[in-house]
Write a protein that binds this ligand. Structure first.
Ligand code: CLF
Ligand code: SF4
Length: 494
């Protein structure tokens, strides 16, 4: 495995309590933990620009019902509703992992996250993990669970070296729990109401304690359900942190009527981007918050935010032969060179741009800026090709990652240009609250539409490291007096 590129104690200029940058997130951690997370795209914000993950959908059954889930789709505790994943047998999953490892050498992690609950399908889940550990021991193993069966399996998880486990914990209060979970299946019986929630909460908390005692890095996912558990999640964050959770990921509820979930049909509102950010900030304290989650599918493949699953169907893979020794050597070389690259821009950001930024814009309020990037922590995507924007807050104290906003790809080729108008409007809606968008290139039509919406388009910083580019644009706009009217936006950012 490649050695970590992280430079201990080197600050990027952001506040240590809230910045998602790798050095700040990790500078307080012991070396052996940094080694575990520096190339895990979910556990390290910095890593997600460079390293990929894949999920294998081997776990069809579930042992609880969540009101935001429709079994026609993947487990909504980590996934957004979409086309249901093709369920694989463990042998198929192992073969797919090898195929992806060969084609995407920067893929460092295999997770099992559905389409049901991995620990409600323990034979299939552990058979898959055992096979991967045997054939491809350089790949990290990761699992995401609702926690109901976690205590029974905590020992086995740590024995198999599965040292990244996610538990979805939406509440510690059985009354709130009864609003989120209509039933759990427990000791061969379906249990409903508060009794069901009590069992689930107890199991989750016991499982969390057992895993942290064994040195497993536990990430807690919570689905933010406005009016149900939003205020309460601050308490959840405090408690799970006190029990040793490594990272808290507060995700927005997705509840569209067409998904046929209870919340969708009941028109339960989802949080706005601002509401989500405010709660994440309130939960942060000294807890590491994950803000770059893409709520990916149970069969997702690639960098977070991209899905290359269609390239790796079983039909394509079945007949392939692999030499894993050769693949492993190639992967090690690629990952070592990524690690080296990751070390470079951080130094520039820390010592050049952000320190001069402070001097130049001391009195300018914080603003949001969006970035189109296809990976590598660089401004490198055409505005019209973006399916998501990375959103950063820029202020006199630095640049910090805030989250992502999804959009539709505006430009899909000249044959479809007439379809672009709606998509452009959607992209502009997705950029609500942002003062600028940085991209590699942009056409005149979207340029004018963005300007009319009060969002400055910018392609002058193409191919620059993201934080440095955002800092430079913020300083230039501040100096030109373009941010003097930013006070109202500042209030929404705070
Ligand atoms: Fe997968 Fe989850 Fe492991 Fe990551 S995803 S099992 S921890 S390897 Fe990551 Fe996807 Fe968010 Fe999950 S972005 S949904 S947090
Ligand atoms: Fe659906 Fe996942 Fe909840 Fe099971 S745990 S009901 S699969 S969201």
């Amino acid at each position: 495995m490649a050695t970590t590129p992280i430079e201990i104690g080197k600050k990027s200029g952001c506040s240590a309590s809230s910045c998602g940058s790798t050095s700040d997130q990790m500078s307080h951690l012991p070396e052996y933990i940094r080694q575990k997370v520096f190339n895990h795209p979910c556990y390290s914000e910095q890593a997600h620009h460079h390293f990929a993950r894949m999920h294998v959908a081997v776990a069809p059954a579930c042992n609880i019902q969540c009101n935001y889930c429709n079994r026609k789709y993947d487990c909504a505790n980590e996934s957004r509703p979409g086309v249901v994943s093709e369920v694989l047998h463990p042998e198929q999953a192992i073969k797919k992992v090898i195929a992806v490892a060969a084609a995407i050498p920067q893929m460092t992690v295999v997770g099992i996250a559905g389409p049901g609950d991995p620990l409600a399908n323990p034979e299939r889940t552990f058979a898959t993990f055992r096979g991967i550990a045997e054939y491809a021991p350089d790949i990290k193993l990761c699992v995401s669970t609702n926690g109901l069966s976690l205590p029974q399996h905590a020992e086995e998880l740590s024995r198999h070296n599965i040292d990244h486990v996610t538990i979805t914990i939406n509440t510690l209060d059985e009354e709130i729990g009864a609003e989120i979970y209509p039933w759990v299946f427990w000791n061969n019986r379906r249990i409903r109401g508060r009794a069901a929630a009590r069992i689930l909460i107890e199991q989750q908390q016991r499982g969390l304690e057992m895993l942290t005692e064994r040195g497993v890095l536990v990430k807690v996912n919570s689905v933010m359900i406005p009016g149900v558990n939003d205020e309460h999640l601050k308490e959840v964050s405090r408690v799970v942190k006190s029990k040793g959770a490594f990272l808290h990921n507060v995700m927005p509820l997705i509840a569209e009527p067409e998904h046929g979930t209870y919340y969708g049909i009941m028109e339960q509102p989802s949080p706005t981007a601002q509401e989500l950010q405010s709660l994440q900030d309130a939960c942060a304290g000294d807890m590491n918050m994950m803000r770059h989650c893409r709520q990916c599918r149970a069969d997702a493949v690639g960098l977070l935010g991209e899905d290359r699953g269609a390239e790796f169907t079983m039909e394509k893979i079945e007949a392939m032969e692999f030499d894993y020794e050769e693949i492993r050597a190639r992967r090690a070389a690629v990952q070592a060179s990524i690690a080296e690259e990751m070390a470079k821009p951080k130094v520039q950001v820390a010592t050049v741009s952000l320190s001069s930024l402070k001097r130049r814009v001391a009195a300018t309020p914080a603003v949001l800026m969006a970035v189109a990037s296809k990976g590598g922590n660089v401004v490198n995507q055409h505005f019209g090709h973006a399916t998501e924007f990375l959103v950063y807050e820029a202020s006199a104290s630095g640049v910090r990652f805030i989250g992502t906003r999804r959009t539709d790809q505006y430009c899909v080729g000249s044959d479809h240009c007439d379809e672009g108008e709606d998509k452009l409007a959607h992209a502009i809606t997705a950029l609500d609250g942002c003062r600028a968008v940085l991209c590699a290139r942009i056409g005149i039509t979207p340029w004018e539409a963005l300007e009319a919406a009060g969002i400055k388009p910018d392609s002058d910083h193409a191919m620059e490291p993201i934080e440095e580019a955002v800092a430079a644009l913020y300083a230039a706009m501040a100096e030109a007096g373009e941010l003097e009217s930013a006070a109202s936006i500042d209030a929404s950012v705070a």
